[in-house]
Design a protein around this ligand. Structure first.
Ligand code: NAD
Length: 271
């Protein structure tokens, strides 16, 4: 089995540390570089020690331009402004990229698409294998049940989350709407209050729960007459995202160029 050589940018972040743990535990992945912002207190520290897996001999650097080399896979869970810099450096160095960072606008997504003409990129708002499988299962259920059920999406996250509904809930809604040929922007209902009137069958409802340290729960509910089907995913650790990203790194390493998502890696399309 070929070894996948991985550079983790944002190495001291919540996801960065998880990624280094996941790479360390993987039989055919190796951490070859780790970066952080110039003012980070972790510059010069061993990335393995920061991640809690013991010294790996890879020091955290602020110089991504020196950290990237041909044939490497760069995993980026940082912030959009940093990802743009990493994209340019990855293209110049001939690296593949795994992008888990969220919050890109349309122009940002276009920059990623442009870069994917030169290098292979896996870009996904959720790297959990289970969530991406759930998109597929929910789309299948929606196709099979069609207009015989009411469709609702319920999500729960920790008290610090600032946006609602979650990007994953919206992605789930999009996968379902596409499957039943509805325009999500026309049929989505975000919360209900007061005299709402009877429910219209074609709508897709979203409900949000916020509290405590919930990592992320999502349910697609298909409610018919006399029965209901619920498809639920619960994330209990950020490790699920890290494992998916490292799996994607192994998959993308031998690709030449192109834009991919987790659906490609799992053998089905989710978007
Ligand atoms: P975090 O703030 O803990 O970590 C981000 C790290 O990136 C920080 O340590 C920061 O210093 C570093 N960073 C910022 N600019 C940098 C630069 N120019 N060079 C190097 N490092 C830089 O955040 P987090 O919780 O780890 O999340 C990071 C991103 O990943 C967010 O956008 C989040 O929404 C996303 N995320 C995606 C998934 C997924 O499955 N796609 C899962 C979890 C989080």
């Amino acid at each position: 089995m070929n070894e996948t050589r991985i550079a983790v940018v944002g190495a001291a972040g919540r996801m960065g540390r998880m990624l280094i743990q996941a790479i360390h535990a993987h039989p055919s992945a190796r951490l070859v570089a780790a970066t952080e912002q110039a003012h980070s207190p972790y510059i010069g520290h061993d990335a393995g020690e920061v991640a809690g897996v013991g010294a790996l001999g890879v020091m955290i650097s602020s110089e991504a331009s020196k950290a990237f080399g041909p044939g490497q896979v760069v995993i980026d869970f940082t912030q959009p402004a940093a990802t743009y810099v990493h994209l340019e450096l990855a293209v110049a160095a001939g690296c593949s990229m795994i992008i888990g960072t969220t919050g890109f606008d349309l122009a940002g997504r276009e920059r990623i698409r442009q870069a994917s003409c030169s290098i292979p990129i896996v870009f996904a708002p959720n790297f959990s294998v289970g969530v991406n499988l759930m998109f597929q299962l929910a789309a299948e259920a929606a196709k099979a049940l069609g207009d015989t059920v009411d469709i609702e999406i319920i999500e729960a996250h920790h008290r610090h989350k600032v946006d609602a509904p979650s990007g994953t809930a919206l992605g789930l809604g999009q996968a379902i709407a596409t499957a039943v040929e509805r325009d999500l922007s026309e049929v989505a209902v975000y919360g209900r209050e007061g005299h709402t009137g009877a429910r219209e069958r074609s709508t897709i409802g979203f409900s949000t729960v916020r509290g405590g340290d919930i990592v992320g729960d999502h349910t697609a509910l298909f409610a018919g007459d006399g029965e209901r089907l619920e498809i639920t995913h619960r994330a209990s650790s950020r490790m699920t995202f890290a494992l998916g990203a490292v799996r994607a790194a192994g998959w993308v390493a031998d690709k030449k160029s192109g834009l991919f998502d987790m659906g490609d890696i799992l053998g089905f399309k989710t978007r």
